[in-house]
Ligand binder design. Structure first.
Ligand code: SF4
Length: 303
């Protein structure tokens, strides 16, 4: 059953505003493709440190194809099988440990996360202290106010970051700002789409995992933008239908690690209870965004 053709006169009408862009970003696509290409090229198993992306559905699908997920490298036996680091970045000690153990590793860290880490490293090397949250910004006692900088995490809410920056600038007018805004394009675009849709709907569903920070932020952004009920769900079975009683309009979006198939599952669940009229509200065009695979896997992908 699809959302559009589920018409049944007994069901109440529901207008659905589907946020675009939503769901997978180029960094997540690259991370998942890295595991899939490694499985194709080298066969199973492929070890993956940490959930490759914050989505159980994606992780389970890759497990079924032969990926083995571990929390730490110490859980991996001595092996020639590929070892892949997740999209969210790893501390420097991890590639070092991997080298020591002669692992054949690929780094699937999103290039935009790597960029922010590099920037933080450069500040650190220059002797600057780094503040990361609003609470830290208020409490922070710098060693030297002339050596202070900030960087922003790629998946934080734009509004949160503005709050932290305001505190820092008020307290420390000489603080060094990043060269340009470090919140990634995907986070910005998904939040902007939600801000546009949220004031027009009675409720908004964010499809995503509870441990995905960018998904949680989308839910907060919806509430701040005036939507009276917004909820983060992974699967249709989690929906508390009593919360949607009497709604006439619904917004739907998905975090950067949520596959579109789960959005469809949620729409189908609504279509079983309502007669849907789905409209896509389009914002930024991301069709040109693409990050090439790690080099060794790239050759294979082209083959
Ligand atoms: S949300 Fe942004 S930083 Fe995170 S993986 Fe996607 S593109 Fe990269």
């Amino acid at each position: 059953m699809t959302a559009e053709n589920s018409g049944n006169s007994a069901k109440p009408p529901l207008k659905v505003l589907l946020c675009s862009p939503r769901g997978f970003c180029a960094g997540v696509v690259r991370a998942i493709d890295s595991v899939e290409q490694a499985l194709k090229r080298y066969g199973a198993p492929v070890y993956v440190r940490h959930e490759i992306v914050h989505n159980r559905y994606v992780v389970e699908s890759l497990k079924a194809k032969g990926a083995i997920f571990v929390e730490e490298l110490s859980e991996i036996p001595d092996t020639k099988a590929p070892v892949i680091f997740s999209a969210h970045g790893v501390p420097k000690s991890i590639p070092e440990e991997s080298k020591r153990r002669n692992f054949f590793h690929f780094d699937a860290t999103c290039p935009l996360v790597t960029k922010v880490h590099r920037e933080a490293e450069i500040h650190h090397k220059r002797g600057r202290e780094i503040v990361q949250t609003e609470a830290e910004a208020e409490a922070f006692q710098p060693r030297d106010v002339s050596k202070l900088a900030y960087v922003t995490q790629t998946t934080l809410s734009l509004d949160d970051t503005a709050g932290i920056v305001a505190v820092l600038k008020r307290r420390f007018p000489d603080i060094v700002a990043p060269h340009k805004e470090d919140i990634c394009y995907a986070t910005t675009n998904r939040q902007e789409a939600v801000k546009r849709v949220a004031p027009q709907v009675d409720a908004l569903v964010v499809v995503g995992a509870p441990n995905s920070s960018n998904s949680r932020r989308l839910q907060e952004v919806a509430e701040r933008a005036g939507c009276s009920y917004s909820v983060l769900v992974q699967r249709a079975a989690e929906i508390d239908w009593s919360k949607f009683d009497g709604i006439k309009t619904l917004g739907v979006t998905a975090g950067a690690s949520a596959p579109e198939v789960l959005v469809e599952e949620i729409l189908d669940a609504f279509a079983a209870r309502y007669t849907l009229n789905v409209e896509t509200v389009s914002g930024a065009d991301e069709s040109g965004m693409f990050f090439p695979l790690p080099r060794q896997l790239r050759d294979n992908a082209a083959a």
